[in-house]
Design a protein around this ligand. Sequence first.
Ligand code: ADP
Ligand code: MG
Length: 256
Amino acid sequence: MPETPAAPPGETVLTVSGLRKSFGRFMALSGVDLKVRAGEVRAIIGPNGAGKTTLINVLGGQLAGDAGRVVFAGKNLMNKYPHQVSAMGVGRTFQISSTFRRMTVYENMLSAHNAASGRWFSLSTALLRKMHGAVMEDLESIHLAELAGRVVDDISHGDRKRLEFGMVLASRPRLLLLDEPTAGMGLQERHDLIDLMLREIRERKITLLFVEHDIDIVFRAADYITVMANGKVFAEGLPGEISDNQEVQEIYLGVK
Ligand code: ADP
Ligand code: MG
């Protein structure tokens, strides 16, 4: 395992406090408190049903929270609509693919750039030409330039995952929320995808909050780890601290 990196010294960019969310009588988030520093790679782990996806959905605006505060870059992010969250510089991917399967890789990336430009109704040839450069650049950075003309239905699962990641980068987010980005991939593919994502994220100085069940990936990628259980933050620490934490091992890793 690589040496544990020190947590970066950035300022707090995301603060979540007392966040609650119930589904009927069931409390999926029962008071989540969290602080994430700018430029940090933060993993969220925890057993199934801990509330990880619910947290990401409330942060991304897909779900409304019942109570609490979310502040991102000094602005209230609580209970905004997804397009408002996105306009504030927060990007996310979903567990279910959000690509257009019958369009080409290029067309998908172009549509992401177009959406990010906010000019849905005023596409001109000049604008398309300008976007072309950015689209190809982004496709290159996710190693998909050679597959630009392929229909998404015909590319591999791993290629599609990279495309989804590239499409969210098109909006030039400052904070990225990724829910199990490597789900459904083979071991080598998972590690390759995470390495590529981390390279882009570090290079672009994006803050990352990601949910991941592959603990090897978590320890390899994260600067800092938040462990959730029963809708709350159960423990937090550097990777080395979390792997040494007896209680975490018991609830999460199933080690007695
Ligand atoms: P995790 O991602 O950590 O596995 P989730 O956030 O998906 O956990 O779910 C937390 C709990 O909330 C689970 O018990 C789940 O069954 C419940 N839950 C999630 N979404 C809904 C929903 N839309 N309606 C009812 N219960 C839900
Ligand atoms: Mg989940």
